[in-house]
Design a protein around this ligand. Structure first.
Ligand code: CO8
Length: 257
């Protein structure tokens, strides 16, 4: 399917989505939201696809929500339309996905990257929540996800001053999993996505659910949830196959069952 603001291709079992509004540094307008919701839903529903990479351009992953689109909107417009609530559907994607970030990831761009299961950054990446400079604040989860990722001190400093965090600091602060040279960003992201796609599909979903539960619940409830998922996966054909493959010193052949 063709999208107005995205370029989508498949590499075997890996879906690659590129944000494609170069004239606006990939600013996230309503059409981008609509396209992303549809593209992520299509990925989740396609049993041939097992991991996804979302990326932008060399200059910008995304420079935020589209300021020119938001400029005339009142409280009633935003609240009435539940503006940008569609991103909740992106965060509900069950299968794994990675954000590959080069250049600016600002405002909604940083927030979109933080919706990913993890971020790989180019050494050119710059993260920021500069909404305070526009007289507002993050509106797609930035104040919550950034704080969980890097802690109160840096998140508060970034939200209150609007300063950007470079890739090296983002890695040391725990915002990104890895920093790579810009020229190798996409290759590395696709390589890691392929490695994830090679895992047993139900195990991939369960691992994602378990890690995400750590952000939503207490330690004892999370540990209980994890153990129940472990128990449940013991009833799958892929668990039988995975443990047999280990014993027989061969690669597992997964059925997703
Ligand atoms: N929205 C719209 N257009 C943008 C945006 C944006 N966020 N960012 C850049 N552009 C446009 C510019 O207007 C410019 O267009 P034109 O050539 O027509 O003037 C073009 O992209 C290129 O940008 P610049 O010339 O500014 O490029 P520079 O390299 O000089 O600067 C920057 C790059 C530093 C990234 C600069 O463009 C910038 O500061 N952008 C805005 C960053 C920002 O403030 N982002 C936060 C936006 S608010 C937000 O994301 C809130 C999210 C939550 C919404 C929730 C609603 C419920």
């Amino acid at each position: 399917m063709a999208y107005e603001t995205l370029l989508v291709e498949t590499h075997g079992a890996v879906t690659l989505i590129r944000l494609n509004r170069p004239q606006a540094l990939n600013a996230l307008n309503s059409q981008v939201q609509k396209d992303l919701v549809a593209a992520f839903a299509a990925y989740d529903a396609d049993s041939t696809q097992r991991c996804l990479v979302l990326t932008g351009s060399e200059k910008a992953f995304a420079a935020g929500a589209d300021i020119k689109e938001m400029q005339p909107l009142s409280f009633a417009d935003m609240y009435g339309q539940n503006f940008f609530a569609g991103y909740e559907q992106v965060t509900a994607t069950r299968k794994p996905w990675i954000a590959a970030v080069a250049g600016f990831a600002l405002g909604g761009g940083c927030e979109l990257a933080m919706m990913a299961d993890y971020i790989i950054a180019a050494d050119t990446a710059k993260f920021g929540q500069p909404e305070v400079k526009l007289g507002v604040l993050p509106g797609m989860g930035g104040s919550q996800r950034l704080t969980r990722a890097v802690g109160k001190a840096k998140a508060m400093q970034m939200c209150l001053t609007g300063r950007f965090m470079d890739a090296a600091e983002a890695e040391s602060a725990g915002l990104v999993a890895q920093v790579v040279p810009a020229a190798g960003l996409l290759d590395e992201a696709l390589k890691q996505a392929q490695a994830i796609a090679d895992m047993a599909p139900l195990a991939a979903i369960a691992n994602k659910e378990a890690v995400n539960a750590a952000f939503e619940t207490t330690l004892s409830t999370g540990v209980h949830f994890e153990r129940r998922l472990f128990n449940a996966l013991c009833s799958t054909a892929d668990k039988v196959e995975g443990m047999a493959a280990f014993s027989e010193k061969r690669k597992g052949v997964w059925r997703g069952a």
